[in-house]
Write a protein that binds this ligand. Sequence first.
Ligand code: FES
Length: 309
Amino acid sequence: MLALTSYFFISTTFPDCYWLFSKTKYNLFLLSMGKNITKVTTTFQFCDGGSCQKAKGEIAVREARAYLRNAGLWEDTHTIKTRCNGRCEDAPTWIVQPGNFWYKNVTPEKAVTILKAHIEENQPATEHLLYQEGWSTLATENEKTLPLPVFKPQNDSVYGEVLVARAFASDQHLYPLFQYFFQEPKPIGIQVGEAPIVDLVQPHQVVYRDAYEIEVKGAQVQFSLAIAAIPKDIAVPIAERKVSIAEVVWLKKKAIFTKAIRLKNKKGKHLVTFWIKEEDQRTWEHVLRVYLAMAPDQIRVEEVVNTTL
Ligand code: FES
């Protein structure tokens, strides 16, 4: 009450003093918004990506933060929520620095054990670790593997006998591929829908319009594709240009273009096809290595077993 009275008196009588007073006074009660990271000795990175949220990771995070505050450790530690750490099969996951210690299946009970181990004992809670530097294998029983693309023989109505590998159709794979083709143009042909093939000679821009749609802009071709997950209630034209199927097609017949990456929507409609010339070994090897995860000298081809007698 006394403080308020003086405050009013000063503010009306000496406006300049009031500001000086109020600022000085006010600052006495302020807590810095930014963390003073010079004091931080341990950083806990909590994953709050989709799988970790589903696995109730937030409860462990709340427990951890409450413990750190109550134990007076808030200034010496830092907690950060991250997006997916790439180990969804072991959700919820945490990473602790320094040391690059990875934890798996973190429950509220494990949370405090992990904090105490690092802060009080300066060592990891080994029984809950997924990985620590120097380990050559992960401590997990949840390893999931994705089948790698394999070329399979097919008979195409237009191109006859071909080998087709079902490839990755996610933005994580398609966006880098687009950047590779368009940033410094590769000697490929682009076919938008069923339009004639355009020989790419100029660089084009590949830009994200929003979270799921990219636009290729340049002097030679312009098109948009949705390459990431789209909302369920999205407008029909955008849903129609959502890439759901990606195939690498290897034509048997001799022609200028003998390999192609075909992007289709879920109804099988051709959206865009990238054509690779027979002599363009460099682009083909990049596609094999980076896009299909195949060494050019170890191409995976499904063996055809003839069962007819
Ligand atoms: S969402 Fe947490 S590791 Fe993927």
